[in-house]
Design a protein around this ligand. Sequence first.
Ligand code: CIR
Length: 271
Amino acid sequence: MTGARAVTREPPSRLAEGELTYLRATPVDAATAADQHARYRKALADRGLDVIVLPPLDDHPDCAFVEDVAVCLPECVVICRPGAESRRGEVDSVAEVLVGDRPVHAIGAPATIDGGDVLVIGDTVYVGRSGRTDDRAISALGRILDDYGYAVTGVAVGAALHLKTAVTAVAEDLLVANPDWVDVAAFGARRVVPVAPDEPFGANTLTVGPAVLVQERAPRTSDAVARLVPLDVVPVEIGEFAKVEAGLTCLSIMIPPAGPTASRPETTSIV
Ligand code: CIR
């Protein structure tokens, strides 16, 4: 047991009605989605995470993509203001689970930010400038996280929904990226595994302790990762969620154990 937790939310019956930006609508099989979600949760639980499972919100087709509504660090929680208006009603019921053991901050209107645009690598927080996340929110996040010793830096996102659609960090010194969607020079001198040309969505990976979850639909990218890291590389099938532009990271919020500011959990602010 690592002491870390993860928040997830079961997919709703209206999953197929989720927001689409780059893909066309295709039918989603609800039973398959439920099964894939259960396997995803098991993959997290098998790596020692305590997995919290929230019930679906039937009026919010994208509610399973909890990553987008909050960012949780050891030092604090930041509640997002999602870029898609249809998703703002997802926030409160997730926030309820996250409050209590560390300070809570919120990004206020009119700024917008999706957690899928927030990539934390060590004490640097890279934030995608995307269709969902704007400069006001990046500045606000910078003001919040400066107090906790993090540097926040904006990164341009190309034709991808979120920054983490385009790049994730398998380890602090190893990125997986789709160079068509992000300029990896923004991340300094780190090793980069480029996605295989026919696996554009393979950059969205999720490292959990001694394992990295990778997308089953990106085997060649995953093999390249496996050759470079001493991690257990675990393919996870999330095809039904991919139909509505979701990846592995978006299905959970990682809650690391509370850090040094846990003594003042009553701190709240809207920035
Ligand atoms: C949306 O467009 O908001 C959802 N259909 C997909 C969100 C996926 N979130 C993520 O990758 N962080």
